[in-house]
Design a protein around this ligand. Structure first.
Ligand code: GCW
Length: 639
């Protein structure tokens, strides 16, 4: 045992280690003991005859224990006797910021970049950000957009990154950077960025040496390559493995990692949902052990609901991590109250069956399913953070950031437990508030699915900004697989994408029994029906309704749920300060109006194909389609 100290004082183990500024006062002593059998910044909280102790091997572990105890004190769980031990589910719990060097944030709805590129370093803001992350266990930040400019690796920018890293280090947070694959040519002036050319590999090695000279605990690189026009190894006839391994070798001496994204869709298959698997599954086993393949939860793109990406079930010899989107690109931006933990957990809890039942995405990516393949484990969330006063643009959007961190620390927590904690710490623990607000949060993801894209519909968003509905959208010259009609395929016969064995065959990228379950219209879960089946309008659903009637009912149900939130929030007025109450109320009104916009657009558009009457027991469209088609939102300056 090295030291026993009160947590408000420095932990002095001879090296004068301090708990970081802002660590809360809790009713316990902190014991730092390097001999404890605890993994990865874990901690123990135990009531002993000498009082309550927080025990950890590392200062960061002690800090996490302190926040955990504070959380328990605030949520009424600290009454003794306590004896608990926590170790994180994932070693690397990382936020991906899609922040550009001009301070815009791609898909950001909460203001400009908190990094203040090109301006004085906002020390206090970054400390506060780091403290918030530390309080939920997040321990990594990728500072810049995956659509990376080579300039991020310039010496000037690296020096700035080092300043940010210095501020975050005491909070246990390492920085990572997104890199542009053509940096050797674009920044270094080399003739090529071909990963198999020795000068290129040398350039990356030198760059790594420079980075680690400035930031000794630098986490590593995140790479979007050969995706949406970004450069990559395929430009030189090389594979993703060639590219990732070359970078991995440069980072290896410093224990850095490469997170190589599998968000690719070069049109080898006519179905975009098949393409990541097509490109990556054949490369299984070819990656270095400091490469992790970063895979979006679904096979297309962060939709309100997708099945899990089948790639997770097909790389037994490769480290994989899930990428989740905390920012609400496809879920109403920061205007809609959509608590995302049910979506995140749905992904992690999905059983891939790759090694029989129980091979969930959580089990795979925490290294349990294929332990030999995993040297490190990780999970990423695309941040929803900006300079807005409340960080996320919507008070409730903070819950998804909080929840991502909590889930990354302990993926066995339920989304309900996490929501409850968040409500009690953010607003009040009065049961008159917690109950109704919990219900609102817990139903909110499903409500969004209902009023936007029920029954497996997907990607019928407006072009480019992805805010409202445009199932009719046509853009001359645009990629077909960026347009709604490619996904919904509505015609007189029905609606939905045929991914069965008689269609694109995507079902066979899933292991049995899922492949057959998805393939058969009578066993396919209704939530995914139109994802996998082009379904006749008069198909009978489990409710006994036709598909058409069910679709109309789902849109209506979504609207009614949001309307009920407005009533709930009205009743919550006595519990919340006026400012926050009014701000949330204003957002709920936007959400309610948007939900009717979605219904008006989708129901009337699909009716042109179904030719069927809108059932009389649902609310009826209000605005004519022609009027809706004229709506052009200017989303270019949403920062
Ligand atoms: O969903 C798409 C987004 C892009 C994003 C891309 C990606 C950062 O519309 O804005 O680019 O995914 O994840 O790379």
């Amino acid at each position: 045992m090295l030291a026993i100290v009160s947590c408000s004082k420095p932990i002095d183990n001879g090296n004068a280690l301090w708990l970081p500024e802002g660590t809360p006062e809790v009713n316990a002593e902190v014991v730092l003991d390097e001999g404890l059998d605890l993994k990865n910044d874990g901690f123990i909280i135990r009531d002993t005859p000498d009082g309550r102790k927080i025990m950890a091997r590392t200062v960061t572990g002690a800090m996490y224990g302190t926040y955990a105890l504070q959380r328990m004190e605030r949520t009424g769980k600290a009454e003794g006797p306590l004896d608990l031990r926590e170790e994180p589910s994932f070693e690397r719990r990382i936020l991906n910021h899609w922040d550009n060097l001009d301070n815009t944030v791609e898909r950001g709805y909460a203001g400009w970049s908190i990094w203040h590129w090109g301006e004085p370093v906002p020390v206090d803001l970054i400390k506060e950000y780091a403290r918030l992350n530390a309080s939920v266990g997040i321990n990594g930040s990728v500072l810049n957009n995956v659509n990376a400019t080579p300039e991020i690796l310039s010496t000037e920018k690296l020096e700035r990154v080092a300043e940010i890293a210095d501020i975050m280090r005491p909070y246990g947070i390492r920085v990572y950077l997104s890199v542009n694959f053509s940096s050797p040519a674009a920044l270094g002036g080399l003739a090529t960025s071909d990963p198999l050319v020795p000068e290129v590999a040398e350039w990356w090695k030198d760059k790594a040496a420079e980075i680690y000279g400035l930031i000794p605990d630098f986490g590593g690189f995140l790479v979007k390559a050969n995706s949406e026009g970004l450069p990559g190894p395929q430009d030189f006839g090389r594979t993703h493995a060639d590219g990732a391994n070359m970078l991995a070798d440069a980072l290896r001496p410093y224990d850095g990692i490469v997170m190589w994204r599998a968000f690719v869709y070069s049109p080898k298959s006519s179905d975009r949902a098949c393409q990541a698997y097509d490109e990556f599954a054949p490369l299984d086993g070819q990656f270095r052990d400091n490469v992790i393949i970063q895979i979006k939860n679904g096979p297309v793109d962060f939709q309100p609901r997708e099945p899990f990406s089948p790639l997770f079930g097909h790389m037994p010899n490769t480290q994989m991590m899930a990428e989740l989107q905390i920012t609400q690109e496809y879920l109403g931006f920061s205007n809609h109250l959509v608590y995302l933990l049910p979506l995140f957990k749905e992904c992690l809890d999905s059983d891939t069956y790759c090694k029989g039942p129980g091979s969930t995405i959580a089990a795979i990516t925490t290294g349990k399913t294929y332990p030999d393949a995993y040297r490190t484990t990780a999970i990423a969330g695309v941040a929803n953070i900006g300079r807005d006063e409340n960080w996320c643009g919507h008070h409730f959007a903070q819950s998804s950031w909080y929840g991502f961190g909590r889930m990354a620390w302990d993926c066995s927590l339920s989304s309900e437990e996490i929501a409850r904690e968040w409500i009690m710490q953010t607003f009040t623990s009065d049961p008159g508030f917690v109950g109704p607000v919990l219900e609102m949060m817990m139903s909110s993801r499903e409500a969004a699915v209902d009023y936007m894209m029920p029954l497996g519909l997907h990607h019928i968003f407006a072009w480019g900004h992805h805010y409202g509905p445009e199932p009719w959208c046509e853009i001359p010259g645009a990629r077909a697989d960026w347009l709604p009609k490619y996904y919904h395929k509505a015609d007189a016969a029905g609606v939905g994408f045929d991914r069965t064995r008689s269609g694109s065959g995507n079902v066979d990228q899933y292991h049995e029994p899922l492949a057959s379950i998805y393939n058969d219209i009578s066993t396919c879960p209704e939530e995914l029906l139109l994802w996998f089946h082009h379904t006749p309008w008069d198909h009978t659903m489990s409710s006994g309704r036709t598909l058409w009637d069910e679709l109309c009912h789902r849109y209506d149900r979504g609207i009614r749920t949001v309307q009920s939130y407005i009533c709930t929030w009205e009743e919550m007025r006595p519990f919340v300060d006026r400012k926050r109450w009014e701000e949330v109320k204003a957002k709920l009104e936007i959400q309610e109006s948007d939900s009717r916009w979605w219904r008006d657009a989708c129901v009337q558009y699909f009716q042109e194909f179904s030719g069927m009457e809108i059932p009389s027991d649902v609310s009826q469209p209000e605005r004519p389609l022609e009027e809706l088609k004229k709506i052009k939102l200017d989303m270019t300056h949403h920062n």
